[in-house]
Design a protein around this ligand. Structure first.
Ligand code: COA
Length: 340
């Protein structure tokens, strides 16, 4: 039956069939709204921002998908998105086959490495990433809404959100660059950098005398998150902010992320200011001088973690322990600052 499936590029004419496959896997609950929006998917395909491979049945149904997105053309690092196989086709190596086709795409696009985001609702994706040599670079403790439906898997139901394991898979030698390691995250970021073995020169700069913090805000109501993209990471078309207090005004989402460009000399000062506001280490997202990112996370006090958080790789379990340490410290200091 697998032999009847064709694995090929996702075309504009497949987009409705892809959305139907998303619905067979997640119902209406997938937190990336563009995967329900045919026009948005076509625009991303046309611009080259999204490049995908799909498994297609003889009747034209899309039964599996894996895609990659780059913030801008020429970026040496991409993010994988939308890894799905419809329930009837699972457990036969289909995602691995689609992933093999994606490896050709990465080499055609000269992509040096991919950032991957794996749910902790099950271990299937994490197992595949570990087998491919992926390194855990962080854990986003409450990334996935509790309402997410995993059709055909059904993890234990609960009211709390799922964590997401962030990984980096090196494909070729990534460009070397200089990064500023803020004191607040130096220990965990330093150990993740050691795991990654990337060519990095570390600068420990003083945090004082920093210019105003500006950037753009991405809100994702489906996910219940807000992401501040600071400095060079700001994206065209997103609302801008000129100070952290402006960016965090009415921030009542379950999760707020702050993406800090680590090649910037401003990084230590920005991270110190975010740390004071309850942010702690989320993940390292390797990239270029423009895109290498430290993602900090802040959880709303009402968010409860769905524990235990199942991280497959021993190296990832160490990272999880460090992230949980940051979360506890942030909780304690926020409780001290704002009792009750
Ligand atoms: C995750 C998913 C894409 C895997 O698709 P798949 O084609 O079944 O995956 P593969 O057959 O290539 O197997 C991948 C790994 O999943 C695991 N796996 C597959 N089927 C499994 C099953 N029935 N039970 C437990 N583990 C299973 C295995 O660890 C396997 O690796 P291994 O063969 O080296 O042991 C699919 O289950 C899915 O769409 N799930 C719902 C959506 C989702 O969670 N996507 C990932 C978001 S991060």
């Amino acid at each position: 039956m697998d032999g009847e499936l064709e694995i090929r590029e996702l075309r504009a004419s497949d987009v409705e069939a892809l959305i139907a496959c998303v619905r067979r896997c997640y119902g209406e609950s997938y937190a990336d709204p563009s995967f329900y929006d045919a026009a948005a998917l076509r625009a991303q395909l046309a611009s080259g921002r999204l490049v995908s491979r799909v498994a297609v049945a003889p009747d034209g149904r899309v039964v599996g998908h894996l895609g990659t997105r780059r913030a801008r053309p020429g970026e040496p690092v991409a993010e994988t998105v939308g890894g799905i196989v419809e329930p009837e086709q699972r457990g036969r190596g289909l995602l691995r086959r689609i992933g093999g086709e994606m490896n050709r795409v990465y080499s055609e696009l000269r992509i040096a490495g991919v950032r991957l985001f794996a749910t902790t609702a099950h271990s299937r994706t994490q197992n595949l990433i570990a087998a491919a040599g992926g390194v855990v670079t962080g854990v986003l403790l409450a990334h996935i809404p509790a309402e997410t439906e995993y059709h055909g898997i059904e993890p234990a139901r609960g009211a709390s959100r799922f964590a997401c394991v962030v990984c980096y898979q090196a494909l070729t030698t990534a460009p070397s660059l200089r990064v500023h390691l803020p004191d607040e995250v130096a220990e965990i970021a330093g150990s993740v950098y050691a795991d990654l073995a990337l060519a990095r020169e570390f600068v420990r700069a003083p945090a004082g005398g920093i210019a105003p913090v500006a950037g753009s805000i991405a809100r994702n109501p489906q996910r219940g998150s807000r992401t501040l993209r600071l400095g060079a990471l700001a994206e065209d078309g997103e609302p801008r902010f000129a100070s952290l207090d402006e960016a965090l005004r009415d921030a009542d989402e379950a999760v707020v992320y702050a993406d800090v460009p680590l090649a910037s000399r401003a990084a230590p000062g920005v991270v110190a200011a975010l740390h004071e506001r309850g942010f702690f280490f989320g993940a390292l997202l390797p990239g270029s001088t423009r895109s290498e990112t430290l993602r900090l996370q802040r959880l709303s006090p009402s968010v409860e973690l769905r524990e235990p958080i199942a991280v497959a790789a021993p190296q990832g379990q160490r990272v999880l322990a460090q992230v949980l340490g940051g979360w506890r410290a942030a909780k304690t200091s926020r409780a001290t600052v704002r009792p009750g």
